[in-house]
Design a protein around this ligand. Sequence first.
Ligand SMILES: [Zn+2]
Length: 405
Amino acid sequence: MTHPCDLLITNVKIATMQDNGVPYGLIESGAVAVHNGKIVYVGESTKCRYKTNNIIDGSEYLLTPGLIDCHTHLVYGGDRAGEFEQRLQGVSYADIAKAGGGIKSTVKATREAGFDTLFNAAAKRATCLLKEGVTTVEIKSGYGLDLDTELKMLEVANGVGEYLGINVSTTYLGAHALPPEYQNNPDGYIDFVCSTVMPKVAEGQYATCVDVFCESIGFTPEQSQRVFEAAGKLGLKVKAHVEQLSDLKGAVLASQYNALSVDHVEFMNPSDVPSLTKSGTVAVLLPGAFYYLNETQKPPIDAFREHNVPMAVATDLNPGSSPMASLLTAMNMASVFFGLTPEEALAGATVNGAKALGLVTKGVIATGMDADMCLWDVSHPCELAYAINQHRPEQIWIGGKHVVV
Ligand SMILES: [Zn+2]
């Protein structure tokens, strides 16, 4: 007996990324059936009992879950290329900052930019990701730091998702930096974030998560805790930028609020890692920022492995410390710099990226999951983390719909 379906992809190797005891959850000669945007069959071709006129012959190529970039700041005004040039001509970062550069310049440019300007630039960046097979992207606010601009950024982010047909997960990152209005009053700014902006974000469903930059040059653990408390009361999930430049124990704090993820984590002490296991928090590795800032301190990968902490890999796409719109390159960097195996790198951009966003129907090719998938002309999944700028998906599906980029 056969069942009808909307789409049948046959003659493919499938890196399901499901934990079935085989590396990459690989199925050698497989088929995937899709109905109403969901995967209804994955397994050996010969056993598939689904039927449709819409059959794709996969030419023995590799099918993977659509890639998930779980940490970006891709909505922003202006750029920082001029500063990059100045720095390489010998101007110090402190002098650039004094002259109104750094994040201040991005905040100014983002506040001044109209919706369309921000939207067009963000759509262009998201398209770079989509062309590489990214079917879900997280986008943070955090360059407005006032009510209107933060909401504008989140509207742009959600709009980009609708326009390109890709899944966008939005995060309110008010506690990213101090705006000029609160320069000497960080606690006052945290009040504003928690009492004025966050309720509006929740009420208007602008974002599902709240993030904070817990760092010596960002916000203290006490201030971060206030953000987590306020988010919890409003039913928003939390994530945190922690331990990027120093060890403030931000990851442990975030885990106490069941954070979906802690991101950067280079300076996290291995002895603190078990706290993440308990809360099911994902460690998000951002090797693009590590590279761009010429850092040397590496995240405690062995401890993450030992304590079964899922590791995700993301681009951190932003104008200051990671202007990199390539998740495949981030996967390669995570392998080269941090020693992830190519399988861990691909898991970081699929199954664990989904966990970092709390998305339970994405990141693996399995029955009942959303049919977000990419078909690659590679003979083995390890090639995706290995090669730089050599692979683009031959085909992309999002929710079972074929996407033309
Ligand atoms: Zn970031």
